[in-house]
Design a protein around this ligand. Structure first.
Ligand code: SF4
Length: 369
């Protein structure tokens, strides 16, 4: 099975409960409507002459995965990473352990993804992961893998705990993407050590314009020999902090890149949902539900999403209620036009938006594989 039964059942219970009884305090709209303040906003009625359909989840907003960034410092300068550029002025700051766990409680999402920066540089990373697991939540620790061997002693294997190691290709291309040689070797040494110590390990891969999908298959085949438990994959997106690069794809590029991905999805334990995969292939549309993947860091709750920063809010409730959600997503903000990132659209798949009759069966097959 792809995920432990307790994790799947807990997530399903959480989604059903929140869909039936969304927390009323999160559904209030306190956004200051001042379109002049967002020069990017597309005024839909002005361009089409029609009133827009309301977003299917706008009154049922709840988070699914908290993206927790205890620090932004990193030992690498990866090509596609916006954090080290966007947060350059606060790169030496970090959240305290108490601030991290307070954010976890405030948000209440059943899954926490610790990212950054490089989380293994965070001195209290062990107690942070333990604190998340003690709350009965699932924890993914996203890492470049370089300090994995050294810091394994700070963790205990657990059913709902995963190391999520970043690998964008085989040795030559991965080292090129992270702009340093030797990283692939250290990361895979870390994976081997973690597996030998009884930990669950998954990988995350960003697909760029230049990525050869045959190499992704080669990578997955190699990771199979290391006993890796699953893979997430997402197309790179040229959001504001990194959009001066030539490596990002349009929606058409993404559809083309993922056209034959079904073969890989059948062969390897993919953690991305089949609904999200169909979205990447252009077989179905999904709206953005960025509130499903909120981000918390040293500046506060980052709005609207992991990619774009138009504001930082002090509390989670402010993030939920003050973000002008209708201003974002493809068709509303040019910065969102080609975005197909999992942080905006994977929650839409989990919420069951635009679902088709065969979806429950497809999801079940995916979960059991
Ligand atoms: S579509 Fe959603 S996730 Fe993507 S950049 Fe826009 S607000 Fe962020």
């Amino acid at each position: 099975m792809k995920f432990p039964l307790s994790m799947t059942a807990g997530m399903a219970r959480y989604i059903v409960k929140n869909k039936l009884r969304p927390r009323p305090e999160w559904q209030v709209d306190k956004a200051v409507v001042n379109d002049a303040s967002n020069p990017f906003k597309i005024i839909y009625t002005a361009s089409t002459g029609e009133a827009r359909e309301p977003h299917p989840m706008i009154k049922k907003r709840f988070p699914i995965v908290l993206m927790l960034e205890p620090l932004h410092a990193c030992n690498l300068t990866c090509t596609g990473c916006g954090r080290i550029r966007e947060y350059e002025s606060s790169i030496t700051q970090r959240l305290t352990l108490e601030q991290c766990l307070k954010a976890v409680d405030e948000c209440g999402a059943p899954m926490v993804s610790i990212c950054g920066g490089e989380p293994l540089l965070y001195p209290e990373i062990g107690p942070l992961a333990a604190g998340i697991l003690e709350r009965g939540l699932s924890c993914y620790l996203c890492t470049n893998g370089m300090f994995l061997v050294k810091r394994l002693k700070d963790f205990t294997p657990a059913e709902k705990f995963f190391f999520n190691v970043h690998l964008d290709g085989m040795e030559q291309n991965h080292d090129l993407a992270v702009e340093r040689s030797g990283v692939f070797r250290e990361a895979t040494a870390g994976i081997k050590a973690a597996k030998a110590a009884g930990f669950k390990v998954v990988t995350n891969t960003t697909v760029y314009k230049e990525t050869d999908m045959k190499e992704i298959e080669e990578l997955f085949e190699f990771l199979k020999t290391l006993g890796v438990d699953g893979h997430t994959i997402s197309p790179a997106y040229g959001y504001s902090a990194v959009n001066d690069r030539e490596i990002f794809m349009t929606r058409d590029d993404v559809h083309e890149k993922f056209r034959d991905f079904d073969k890989l999805a059948r062969k390897y334990p993919l953690q991305s949902t089949p609904v999200y995969m169909e979205f990447l292939q252009g077989k179905r549309d999904l709206p953005c539900t960025a509130w499903g993947n909120p981000t918390y860091n040293v500046k506060g709750w980052k709005g609207p999403c992991y990619l774009i920063t138009d504001a930082h809010y002090k509390t989670f409730e402010e993030f939920m209620t003050r973000t002008p959600w209708n201003n974002y997503g493809p068709g509303s903000d040019p910065r969102c036009e080609h975005c197909m990132m999992h942080c905006g659209f994977e929650p839409s798949a989990a919420y069951g938006i635009n679902s088709k009759p065969g979806d429950p069966f497809r999801m079940l097959t995916w979960l059991l594989r």
